[in-house]
Design a protein around this ligand. Structure first.
Ligand code: NAD
Length: 253
């Protein structure tokens, strides 16, 4: 992390009134939730289960639920980290209007970002949904049912397939959230991507859209991302440390 980079970021943030922060799994690793691609991340252990595989077989659904329930326990114990808290602070100070997140862990909410300002484009892990009728089901109910029957859950209302309310590879993106994210991006006067490898599309299309709209694009990540070449400013480092340095700089100004 370079001092010059922090100074430049602080200048950009100070001028921003409708900034968008776009986050990926990297902002939550300091809270103890592994990301996908780093050493020890989910993908180093399991190949992700695509949506069509989930639909195709009861055994695969059971395996998907077992993995999800393990992750859900980790998420349930996690607290927001310095990165989440700093993003909430930037919003409270009037520099950021929306957080677009790929994360399903609810930690922006827990950090105090108002719910209506959080756009969860990959859904949420807080509950499950029937793929048939859309009925909501609680994760605790699914956990109990799998423990009792050894079978994946079926909807109590219509008998349909129940899935965590997250978006899997190959599953359609949520229309309202995608529209909200697009509107926030087009309205943004600064776009900051934090903790994402920026390899998962269509999500990574939002920083591209921001840049096409001539909005300054900042990327904060510990390693190179797929879109560094587009950015006006890239900051390499640990998210907690970068965001703490940013707040210190803003407070000193
Ligand atoms: P990713 O794993 O592809 O990329 C995460 C990036 O963050 C990596 O480039 C890594 O180097 C960087 N990183 C990790 N910890 C960091 C730290 N402390 N400081 C700085 N950089 C750090 O994740 P993605 O781009 O978000 O895409 C994966 C998909 O899986 C997304 O949909 C994602 O949200 C989802 N996912 C979500 C969670 C969660 O909800 N917490 C966890 C894993 C995966």
């Amino acid at each position: 992390m370079s001092e010059d980079g922090i100074v430049e970021l602080a200048h950009l943030v100070q001028r921003a009134r409708r900034g968008v922060v776009f986050t990926g799994a990297g902002i939550s690793t300091e809270s103890g939730i592994p990301d996908f691609r780093s050493p020890g991340g989910f993908w180093t252990k399991h190949k992700p289960i695509a949506f069509n595989e989930f639909l195709a077989s009861e055994d695969t659904r059971l395996e998907a639920w077992r993995r999800f329930l393990a992750i859900h326990e980790t998420i349930g114990a996690a607290q927001p980290g310095a990165g989440h808290l700093a993003v909430a602070e930037l919003m409270a100070r009037g520099h950021v209007s929306h957080v677009i997140t790929q994360n399903i862990d609810g930690l922006h909410d827990a950090a105090g970002v108002p719910r209506e300002r959080i756009i969860e484009i990959h859904g949420t892990g807080t509950h499950a949904k029937c793929l048939g009728c859309g009925a909501r089901h609680e994760i605790a109910w699914v956990r109990g049912l799998i423990a009792d029957t050894g079978k994946p859950p079926a909807c109590l209302a219509c008998g349909g397939i129940v899935k965590s309310a997250t978006i899997s590879f190959g599953q359609a993106m949520p229309e309202q959230e995608m529209a909200d994210a697009r509107a926030a991006t087009l309205n943004a006067d600064l776009f900051i991507a934090i903790g994402s490898s920026l390899q998962v599309f269509p999500a990574a299309g939002f920083p591209v859209l921001a840049r096409q709209n001539r909005t300054p694009l900042v990327i904060i990540n510990r390693e190179e991302t797929g879109l560094d070449g587009l950015a006006d400013l890239t900051l390499r480092g640990e998210i907690g440390a970068v965001m703490a340095a940013l707040l210190e700089r803003l407070n000193a100004a």
